[in-house]
Design a binder for this molecule. Structure first.
Ligand SMILES: Cc1cc2nc3c(=O)[nH]c(=O)nc-3n(C[C@H](O)[C@H](O)[C@H](O)COP(=O)(O)OP(=O)(O)OC[C@H]3O[C@@H](n4cnc5c(N)ncnc54)[C@H](O)[C@@H]3O)c2cc1C
Ligand code: FES
Length: 275
């Protein structure tokens, strides 16, 4: 017998801090009980295990100053609610990071449009940080974010900070309240408001699938090459290592081939309902 844990065994991670972002969403900072966090690429995800409840895929939304991962979780069912309920000091299980990240290298030297819908801003947050850390390495950086309502907007402080760092940051909401003075509508309504040179543009898009389909189609209509529009797909995941088939999407395993995939590879499959 060889030693060491099985690769599918979650490692214990301690919750260092918990920040409620909105009524149903929290950001946890997780640190390994032993050793260091493995490096991750923006766009990758981990499998988080709530002991006794179950395991789900969650994107890495950043690296904390302490070195741990930050992960932003919305309570939609048993496992996500159990994870959202964790407090500092509690221990959860973590496997990963897994999957293909955003194509930062392919975007070098080009204008970059980052488009997020709702919680889709979580996996995009580390890519925006990376773009702004290497400002001379890219052209114009535009961040467009859509939220159902002003009170549901995530990462407000980050958005303000990115604007100070030189990104063109714009937010749109579906349902304004009496405080809202900004634009109203879908994320696609912001594409015309940001400046980019379509033939020299790369785009990173994450949000509900309908939002990604519409945003990608609009960017392509404006002249961005379909292979330069990347989407982060969500499919039901179990193993996360291309063994079980739960995340199969046509010929692709989203856990290993994705979750970040170019629009030209996935557009035909996205057009098929319920695939
Ligand atoms: C690559 C990847 C990255 C992800 N990153 C994140 C992340 O950063 N943060 C995060 O909160 N979630 C993320 N998810 C989604 C997360 O994995 C699911 O929300 C989770 O599996 C739900 O499990 P559950 O047991 O809590 O709920 P379930 O019991 O599985 O579902 C409860 C109900 O919620 C619905 N539901 C399930 N998933 C979603 C969803 N994504 N959106 C809306 N309704 C849903 C189900 O249809 C069902 O009706 C990611 C998924 C993938 C594949
Ligand atoms: S989650 Fe098992 S093959 Fe992708």
């Amino acid at each position: 017998m060889t030693g060491g844990p099985h690769p599918m065994t979650p490692a214990p991670y301690r919750v260092r801090s918990r920040r409620p972002d909105r009524a149903d969403t929290v950001t946890l900072t997780l640190e390994p009980v032993r050793g260091d966090c493995p490096p991750f690429r923006p766009g990758q995800f981990t499998m988080l295990y709530a002991p006794g409840v179950g395991e789900i895929a969650v994107s890495i939304s950043g690296r904390a100053r302490s070195g741990g991962y930050t992960q932003t979780i919305r309570a939609v069912g048993a496992v996500s609610a159990a994870l959202c309920g964790k407090r500092p000091g509690d221990v959860v299980g973590l496997r990963g990071p897994y999957g293909q990240g955003w194509g930062l290298r392919a975007a070098a030297g080009l204008d970059v449009v980052v488009a997020a819908g709702g919680l889709g801003l979580a996996p995009l947050r580390p890519v925006v940080r990376a773009l702004l850390r290497d400002r001379p390495g890219y052209g114009r950086v535009s961040v467009i974010a859509g939220s159902r309502a002003p009170g549901l907007l995530l990462f407000r402080r980050d958005l303000a900070c990115w604007a100070r760092q030189g990104a063109d940051v714009r937010v749109i909401v579906d349902h304004p309240d009496h405080t809202w003075r900004g634009p109203v509508g879908l994320v696609t309504g912001l594409i015309d408001r940001v400046v980019f040179e379509p033939r020299r543009t790369y785009a990173f898009v994450c949000g509900p699938e309908a939002m990604m389909r519409k945003t990608a189609a609009e960017l392509v209509r404006r002249g961005v090459a379909p292979g330069r529009v990347e989407l982060s797909l969500e499919r039901n995941m179990k193993c996360a290592v291309a063994r079980c088939g739960h995340c199969q999407f046509g010929p692709l395993f989203v856990c290993e081939d994705g979750p970040v995939l170019p629009y030209d590879r996935v557009a035909p499959m996205l057009a098929v309902a319920e695939l």
